[in-house]
Design a protein around this ligand. Structure first.
Ligand code: GLN
Length: 548
């Protein structure tokens, strides 16, 4: 019988509920359990696909093409759970389903209401991910307890626990323990209020995960346990981690969270073996080299906008035992002036995905700098578009070459709308989305990275390489190293006479994991490391020459 863990949060948002839920998933998998993870977001957009990265951060794409919350990226990085469109529901998506049913007449004349119709729909969303093979479903509720928009979700959870039996459901509540410097004290009152709020709704949490920046004395745990009515062993302290988010499962395991969960559900312990994870952490904590990668993007001020990219770079670093420092470069700053001013000294340049004209020229200049100065370059999606435009303009000499996304009447539309996108007017969920197979051309950087000739990668775009320019570009030295299996769509391009110059139409960052970096990120960091080493040797030689 499937068991359910519900993760809620209180006091403030951004406590790391997603990370904690993911870490719990990883811990349970170490005991041989099969987990499913899911997130509910109380906002009204059907999905985050139409939201600005400034509002929402990255849009994470699943294999089946759902545009989802970035927490799902954590779920996939910490566990081997398979995520799908059922792994992320918003208020909008839930209402949409209910309203469609109402229009079909499925409610047979009833008044359709939040309770029971919306709450029933929420409950069925939870049940939907609980297939026979899943031992534990972990559902995270976005937002904080006390928000008006969270109420239907919490009511649905309360009912769900009532329906399934309390022994089959575990409520984990994350709260903040603020440190008041003037008093020199950690305060528990916000936690007490937040738990009180949950209890008003009829939910008594079983476990409290208290987020804090400071060490917490034992008597604080006693106090929280007593006032919040949970066992002291179920009051966990999740202090900010020192090195990396990948330490979180160990912080929770160190306080016995896996034991507590297994005991609550009456499940048998597995090996609890996390050797591979520990080995990964060891590599992360003890790098033998360091590189600096410039990420040239449009939404660079926010780390959340390129979450999976930054994580994947870290993964590439882990495999190479190399610390990856990131220089965040705002693409617009490169559109005029000397690109070298912003890029000199970096060991690699990555241009991520994006939309619209702002920043495109800067990205193109960054790529020109990488190409002409033998700096390892990695372009993703819009980054590939920019690389193709750069090649067209500066190698083929096609003046004014661009993407029709930006310049509708460009004389050289080297990137143009996908045929299937002609006439699409709706913005939501209508891009080329999700996993598609890609045939990798033997003997290329891509083939060496993958070690395979057929791969599956996730996409999110409307525009595509224009085949009308294919022959000309290939003749001029652009290597097409990945295509759709029928060869009609160009998916990966690269340059042969360059240390590492590769750009792909898809988003490899979504499939990168700390214990298995995506091969492109692994090899990109390795190339950057090669450059860094080369520079270090040259500097040493120069010093020696001076000394002589
Ligand atoms: N804006 C481009 C397109 O729609 C690229 C999208 C992306 O980078 N994800 O094709």
């Amino acid at each position: 019988m499937t068991k359910y863990i519900f993760v809620t949060g209180g006091v403030v948002s951004s406590l790391g509920k997603g990370l904690t839920a993911a870490a719990i998933g990883g811990l349970l998998e170490s005991h041989g359990l099969k987990v499913a993870l899911q997130k509910f977001d109380p906002y009204i957009n059907i999905d985050p696909g139409t939201m600005s990265p400034y509002q929402h951060g990255e849009v994470y794409v699943t294999d089946d093409g759902a545009e989802t919350d970035l927490d799902l990226g954590h779920y996939e990085r910490f566990t081997s759970a398979h995520l799908s469109q059922h792994s992320n529901y918003t208020t909008g998506k839930i209402y949409d389903a209910v309203i469609k049913r109402e229009r079909r007449g499925d409610y047979l004349g009833q008044t359709v209401q939040v309770i029971p119709h919306i709450t029933n729909e929420i409950k069925s969303c939870i049940s939907r991910v609980a297939s026979r093979e899943v031992d534990v479903v972990i559902s995270e509720i976005g937002g904080t307890v006390g928000d008006i928009e969270s109420l239907p979700f919490l009511e649905a959870l309360r009912q769900f626990a009532h329906d399934e039996g309390r022994e089959n459901v575990l409520f984990i509540h994350l709260t903040l323990l603020p440190y008041i410097r003037a008093a020199g004290e950690i305060k528990t009152k916000p936690t007490q209020h937040s738990v009180g709020k949950l209890r008003e709704i009829g939910i008594v949490p079983d476990v409290l995960v208290c987020r804090t920046e400071h060490d917490v004395e034992d008597d604080v745990r006693d106090k929280i346990a007593l006032f919040c009515n949970v066992q002291k062993s179920a009051v966990l302290i999740e202090k900010d981690v020192e090195y990396s988010i990948y330490e979180v499962p160990l912080v929770l395991r160190g306080q016995g969270l896996d034991d507590l969960i297994l005991k609550h559900f009456g499940l048998k312990h597995g090996s609890g073996n996390m050797d591979r994870w520990l080995e990964m952490l060891d590599r992360l904590r003890n790098p033998q080299s360091e590189v600096e990668i410039a990420v040239v993007g449009k939404y660079i001020e926010l780390t959340d906008s390129y979450k999976s990219i930054y994580e994947a770079l870290t993964h590439g670093g882990i495999e190479n035992r190399c610390r990856v420092r990131i220089r965040r470069v705002k693409a617009e700053d490169l559109s005029s002036g000397d690109a070298a001013r912003h890029l000199s000294g970096v060991d690699g340049i990555l241009v991520p995905g994006g939309f619209g004209d702002r920043g495109l020229e800067g990205k193109i200049r960054a790529i020109q700098f990488a190409r002409e100065n033998d700096v390892p370059f990695f372009g993703i999606c819009y980054g590939m578009h920019a690389a193709v435009i750069e090649f067209a303009r500066n190698v083929l000499g096609l003046e004014g070459a661009s993407s029709t996304e930006v310049v509708k009447d460009t004389p050289h539309p080297v990137i143009s709308l996908l045929e299937e996108q002609e006439g699409v007017e709706d913005m939501g969920g209508t891009m080329r989305l999700g996993a598609y197979p890609c045939a990798v051309v033997p003997g290329t950087i891509a083939a060496r990275a993958y070690g395979r000739e057929s791969v599956s990668e996730r996409h999110r775009h409307r525009f595509e390489y224009n085949n009308a320019y294919r022959d000309r570009m290939v003749d001029a030295g652009l290597v097409i190293s990945g295509t759709s299996p029928d060869e009609s769509l160009v998916e990966v391009v690269e340059l042969a006479d360059h240390p590492f110059f590769l750009a792909c139409q898809y988003h490899p960052e979504f499939q990168s994991r700390p214990i298995e970096a995506h091969p492109f990120f692994r090899d990109f960091v390795a190339a950057a490391r090669g450059r860094e080493k080369g520079r270090a040797t040259a500097a040493r030689r120069r010093t020696e020459e001076v000394a002589e």
